[in-house]
Design a protein around this ligand. Structure first.
Ligand code: M6R
Length: 599
């Protein structure tokens, strides 16, 4: 949600900042801007729309300098236009800020600043930061930022430069910010991809930390000004993982790399018939597990609940993180809160985690991004290890989360002294191969997509473990193709949604073989009787269900526990091909951002 990059050093600054923005574009793409200091003045260029628009404008300007900050915006306050684009400058045009987050008391501060004669030019909440720093500036940027921060309520990842000072002052509360340490050069960024090409050495800022960054040095302090010594972490991702490698979109690449991604999630975690995880608290004393997450991660949480209850025999609840945090949940020290997040930065999930910690629950994170805020705040964790997920629509993280949750349920069962299902373990170990088989349906799925590309609504139906898969399929379609889609437990349609069914309503049934197959067949017949157009995901050797469907997509047969992993694949591909056939920007769907770091 908004991307920030900053640089101080001797490299050609404009291409470096533009390239960094490009890599952060998944965080927001409503408008973008860049500001470079040549020690005499600040030069700023902004553009509405994607980074490519900014790059076109920058071409005609000379933006030389050794210090610069840049921003790609996901609009919260104020429409996406040039005036609202960051960087924002003060009245004298001497200092510039880029901000990720929301300033909650911006209205009161705007009134105050206006009374003092500041001219506010944009509708954003962020611009007031520039004016506040200006108000307090007396030849000391760091001191002015500190004073400004005392008045600000809300969330921020913030970077500030002044034309007379050879430094970038950054601060964080609630929105991620990292410092990249180079050779006689320093970087700041919202996320690793922006700077990975230049350095793999990073420092993660925590909330309420301020850093002053000069060309060869950084000093990190808390709000009281006390110095903090922090470790420099070494990033394990490489630049190639951030590239499309010949695929038309990151989403397609990420769908296709699921066999390898899942193999990485499993690596080293199944050995000699046992599950190997590191959980730093006594798993035997668990009373209940509460899982919180948002979006796709919430869908995997629903599947996790099944696993934890049926395999580990532990009561499990699933909550939207955004709801959990505000409903005075009853949580005790006997409870474990599992938070699931691809990014590890989702504001609601982080807040739910903190709420659970206040209530003394043990916490465990299932996260992809190494070093992200959630990973630093949980008691224990399971990394997904699927590599960077850049497409805004989550794909490989989802299937990997399901695998991690299954491992967790098996691990708890094992630690409780029970036998675990060795056959299930064996099948799980082989799942990358089956995913590969499922991916071979891509051409068939593309043909199905072509038939339904003009549909205005879709229903997705599934039962048991595959109800969350139906929800996930519907979410994928909504986010990237802008087609209205609903996911339902198949048996629920007769309680309402069946009224929607006519010949224009495609109904996607997740109908692979399991103990509920006969029930699903009845649900299909109900749809057929009302002229619904059925697309069915069926097991490879199915004959019966296929007779009822108008379009079929076959997937390899796997045991029920593994079916969500396999069945998600055709739904990801169906959404992808429909969106692509519509000519939409699959990786950057409108109004969305990859990492939602505001409430
Ligand atoms: O990074 P997280 O897993 O915490 O993100 C949660 C949701 O924002 C995310 O899954 C979102 O729903 C995706 N766009 C789904 O494709």
């Amino acid at each position: 949600m908004c991307g920030i990059i900053g640089y101080i050093g001797n490299k050609d600054i404009t291409p470096l900042l533009l390239d960094g923005l490009q890599k952060l574009e998944y965080r927001g793409y409503d408008s973008a801007g860049i500001c470079v200091s040549d020690k005499q003045q600040l030069k700023t260029v902004k553009a509405k729309g994607k980074i490519s628009e900014l790059a076109k404008k920058v071409k005609s300007k000379t933006l030389n300098g050794a210090i610069g900050i840049a921003h790609t915006r996901w609009a919260t306050h104020g429409e996406p236009n040039e005036a609202n684009a960051h960087p924002h400058l003060d009245c004298k045009q001497e200092l510039a800020i880029v901000h990720n987050g929301i300033i909650e008391n911006h209205q009161a501060l705007t009134e105050l600043l206006k009374k003092e004669g500041h001219k506010i030019k944009s509708q954003t909440d962020s611009e007031i930061i520039a004016h506040l720093v200006e108000k307090f500036y007396k030849n000391d940027l760091e001191a002015a930022v500190r004073q400004a921060l005392k008045l600000i309520e809300g969330a921020f990842g913030l970077a500030v430069i002044h034309k007379d000072e050879n430094k970038i002052v950054v601060a964080r509360k609630g929105s991620p910010l990292i410092i990249g340490v180079g050779e006689n050069e320093m970087f700041i960024a919202s996320d690793i991809p922006a700077i990975l090409e230049h350095t793999k050495r990073v420092i993660y800022l925590n909330d309420n930390e301020i850093a002053v960054i000069t060309q060869g040095k950084y000093i990190i302090t808390n709000l009281e000004g006390e110095q903090i010594n922090k470790e420099v972490d070494e990033i394990k991702w490489n630049v190639e993982q951030m590239e499309k490698k010949g695929f038309k979109h990151f989403m397609l690449k990420e769908i296709m790399e699921q066999p390898e991604a899942i193999a990485n999630t499993l690596r080293g975690r199944i050995k000699d018939g046992k599950v190997k995880l590191t959980v730093d608290f006594d798993i035997q004393k668990i009373n209940r597990i509460i899982i919180t997450a948002c979006g796709t991660s919430w869908h995997s949480a629903l599947i996790g609940k099944h696993f934890l209850e049926s395999i580990a025999q532990i009561p499990a609840e699933v909550d939207y993180a955004s709801e959990f945090r505000y409903r005075s949940p009853i949580v005790s020290s006997e409870d474990v809160m599992v938070v699931i997040s691809q990014s590890g930065e989702t504001a609601d999930t982080l807040a739910a985690l903190r709420e659970a910690k206040v209530k003394q629950a043990k916490t465990l994170g299932i996260v992809n991004v190494v070093g992200s805020t959630i990973t630093r705040e949980v008691d224990s964790g399971i990394y997904l290890h699927v590599g960077p997920e850049i497409g805004v629509a989550s794909t490989k993280a989802f299937t990997s989360q399901v695998v991690a949750l299954l491992l967790l349920a098996l691990y708890i069962r094992q630690q409780q002294g029970h036998e675990i299902d060795k056959d299930l373990l064996k099948q799980l170990d082989k799942i990358p191969y089956q995913i590969n088989q499922a991916l071979k349906q891509a051409d068939n799925i593309k043909e199905v997509a072509a038939k339904f590309v003009d549909s205005k609504n879709f229903l997705y139906l599934g039962r048991g473990l595959n109800f969350p898969v139906a929800l996930e399929g519907a979410l994928k379609l909504k986010e990237i193709s802008y087609i209205h889609a609903e996911g339902y437990p198949a048996a629920e349609i007769k309680h309402g949604p069946i009224a929607l069914i006519d010949e224009d309503m495609p109904v996607v049934f997740v109908a692979t073989k399991n103990n509920l197959s006969q029930k699903i067949i009845s649900n299909m017949q109900e749809v057929k009787a009302r002229d619904g157009n059925i697309i069915a995901i069926v097991s490879q050797d199915d004959k019966e269900i296929s007779k009822l469907a108008d379009s079929i997509i076959k997937v390899p047969e796997v045991i029920d526990e593994l079916s969500p992993i396999i069945n998600a694949i055709p739904l990801q591909l169906l959404a992808y091909y429909i969106a692509d056939l519509k000519g939409l920007d699959v990786d950057k769907p409108r109004n969305l951002a990859k990492s939602v770091t505001v409430e």
